[in-house]
Design a protein around this ligand. Sequence first.
Ligand SMILES: Cc1cc2nc3c(=O)[nH]c(=O)nc-3n(C[C@H](O)[C@H](O)[C@H](O)COP(=O)(O)O)c2cc1C
Ligand SMILES: O=C(O)C(=O)c1ccccc1
Length: 346
Amino acid sequence: MRFTLREVEAAARERLDPVHYDYFAGGAGDEVTLRANEAAFERLALLPHVLRGTAKPELGVTLLGGRASMPVLIAPTAFHRLADPEGERATARAAAAAETIMMVSMASTVAVGDVAAAAPGARLWFQLFIQPDMAFTEALVRRAEAAGCGALVVTADSPVFGTRGRDERNGFRDLPDGLCCENMRDGDRVREIAFSPAVSWEHLDRLREITSLPVVLKGVLHPADARAALDHGVSALFVSNHGGRQLDTAPAAVDALPEIVDAVGGAVPVLLDGGVRRGTDVLKALALGADAVAVGRPVVWGLAADGERGARRVLGLLRAEVEEALTLCGLASVRDLEPGMVRRPW
Ligand SMILES: Cc1cc2nc3c(=O)[nH]c(=O)nc-3n(C[C@H](O)[C@H](O)[C@H](O)COP(=O)(O)O)c2cc1C
Ligand SMILES: O=C(O)C(=O)c1ccccc1
């Protein structure tokens, strides 16, 4: 048995090709932000309440009209078939079993429609890098809609693809033969995903005109951008530094959270990812105003360690840890977390 996410990661590392392990694990530049995401959670202390006379705590949350059985979602990550032959199908089955939301990456190695078909009952959102070719962007949106996705997660932190030193040194550039970004099929070719600094708020406005799906804006760190996003009608904000893989030395996600929560003022839900590895991390983010968090690498480690079962194990460990931590904090529900329960000890 693997009893912590760290043990799952160690098992994954043993099973993965080292080049692929580095691709999943690595970050941009000096990996300052990658390390900061986890370190920032460790630096925060939780201040528990006692003698509250609570029952088994309620973990469920409702987001954009859909329910998740716990405030831990699956962040969009590329290339799951590098970790397991079933790839995103296995991840989606684990998400369905855990009754949580899976954000399917635009760079998935199983087409989003096939992911949905493989996991009846899975709640899927589709992650999108807006393509400068808006006609193709629209084609992607239609695929996500046809697959039954409940939201579009527009990733805004990738005007270029961040330089990851591990991949450069390992010469990792392309997927091996037989694997591709299945959502990028266009007739008889597979398109490259375009990362474009020309993408702007105007593209976001156009996207909102072509779909009635709610838009979640992912990769927001500046409070002024959070306010702009509200003006442009987004349905949720997603505080993220892309797991330290884009702008190195961007702040740790949980450190950027309070200012975004303040700027949003309760107008829309706020999500967060980056460095969540323990149930106590989930409580800290929720206490500081997030409505839910997401995990990226931990799910990939679960998949690589033991396929669908491994991904289920990761989600099960996090659920059990959240439940225990809430009980130890004297809380009956994730809704009862508030900023006064988080302290910076020095
Ligand atoms: C291997 C890998 C692939 C990723 N692929 C995508 C992607 O395709 N789209 C996206 O928006 N974010 C992508 N991300 C970023 C994640 O959605 C998320 O922001 C990040 O992994 C959260 O940090 P964590 O891994 O510490 O939980 C990727 C992250 C990793 C580690
Ligand atoms: O590796 C990533 O972080 C990522 O976001 C991505 C996006 C598209 C293709 C491959 C990876």
